[in-house]
Design a protein around this ligand. Structure first.
Ligand code: ATP
Length: 350
């Protein structure tokens, strides 16, 4: 097991600065998910930790040892990448067994470990065949099994679930979580899927444009995003963000943010001062079984309320969207940064 520390790491490809001086630490035994949109530097960061990519400047430490000069094979990391890297002319069993054979484990141990991981990832019945004929989801699980079977100091998984169907995705999340708990290993997982991140992570590292936007628990990232970027990226449907009519204390315009499940819809004007009430028009009503998603138009944009009952509103009818003041976050309209908190967790140096 190991603690992984990234210290002021930058990666440049010619003119492109893929990663821009980021610092963060993954504690021993922690599962951290790196989350962000395409091109934000997630894969580059993972590949530098693996040793597959050189670092332009900065340092990476496993525990207290700088791994700068250490080859990938000597870092005791196991990786599963999106494009599998399977040996097509070998059986599935041999693919998974490969790292154990390299290490000189006995046939009996190899048999036991491969079977166990194959059963938990539901690929035990294809062990004798070759990977070439299998679906993308199957191949992805084989790649994952080969990484997990090694029980290394650090697991690095790049989009480990991108090719599997929604129902299997839940199972695979559970499997990764179970393996993490059982082995107590340090895991770093890259994904662009915020649901994967919220479900799996001890902490989520949100990246944007080569820098860290926020590094926090899933609850903090969801309830207390440090920027409109994080607010819009995490949560489905995303946080509602509306401009406030007047400028804030420091003269900057202010944006108000609130989660759809905090909003209420009423047909009569709410009274009292403990909530914000926006006059809006019903744009769309979607039944979600036991809940209703109501989209309203307000100030030229659309806002959503996720209501925990089944309700009906006529389209284009006038309603009030109401949200308690305590559930409202404020952001600087120019920088997108939160203004209702101190410098809490904006954290390139955590
Ligand atoms: P995705 O989810 O699409 O893989 P990502 O967040 O993993 O995105 P990276 O693959 O790390 O992003 O890429 C970050 C930036 O670096 C992008 O602008 C990308 O085009 C650039 N980049 C990545 N690898 C190389 C390379 N080998 N040569 C040149 N530019 C690269």
């Amino acid at each position: 097991m190991a603690r992984v520390r990234i210290d002021q790491v930058t990666k440049r490809y010619g003119q492109t600065e893929a990663v821009r001086g980021i610092s963060f630490q993954v504690d021993d035994g922690e599962l951290v998910v790196i989350l962000g949109p395409s091109g934000c530097g997630k894969t580059t960061t993972l590949r530098m930790i693996a040793g597959l990519e050189t670092i332009t400047s900065g340092h990476i430490f496993f525990d207290d040892m700088s791994v700068g000069g250490i080859a990938p094979a000597q870092r005791n990391v196991a990786m599963a990448f999106e494009n599998y890297g399977l040996y097509e002319h070998w059986s599935v069993f041999d693919n998974i067994a490969y790292p154990l054979r390299l290490r000189g484990e006995t046939d009996q141990t190899i048999q036991r470990k491969v079977l166990s991981i194959a059963e938990s990832l539901r690929i035990a019945d294809v062990l004798e065949g070759r990977p070439g004929r299998l679906s993308g989801g199957m191949r992805q699980r084989i790649g994952l099994a080969r990484a997990l079977v090694r029980e290394p100091a650090v697991f690095l998984l790049d989009e480990p679930m991108s090719h599997v169907d929604a129902d299997l995705r839940n199972d695979m999340r559970a499997e990764i979580e179970r393996i993490h708990l059982a082995t107590g290993s340090t895991m770093i997982i890259v994904t662009h899927d915020q649901l994967d991140a919220l479900a799996l992570a001890n902490r989520v590292l949100v990246m944007n444009g080569g820098v860290i936007e926020q590094y926090d628990t899933p609850e903090e990232v969801y309830d207390s995003p440090v920027s409109t970027f994080v607010a819009g990226f995490v949560g489905e449907p995303p946080m509602n963000v509306v401009p406030l009519d007047h400028a804030g204390r420091d003269g900057h315009d202010v944006l108000l943010g609130f989660r759809p499940h905090r909003a209420r819809i009423s047909v009569t004007s709410p009274t009292g001062t403990s909530s914000l009430a926006l006059p809006a028009k019903v744009y769309m009503v979607e039944s979600l079984g036991n809940r209703t998603l109501v989209t309203v138009s307000y100030g030229g944009g659309l806002l959503k309320a996720d209501i925990p009952t089944t309700v009906e509103f006529p389209l284009d009818s006038d309603v009030w969207m109401e949200v308690d003041n305590a559930d409202i976050l404020t952001f600087d309209a120019q920088t997108g940064r939160r203004t209702d908190v101190g410098s809490t967790s904006v954290s390139n140096n955590k």
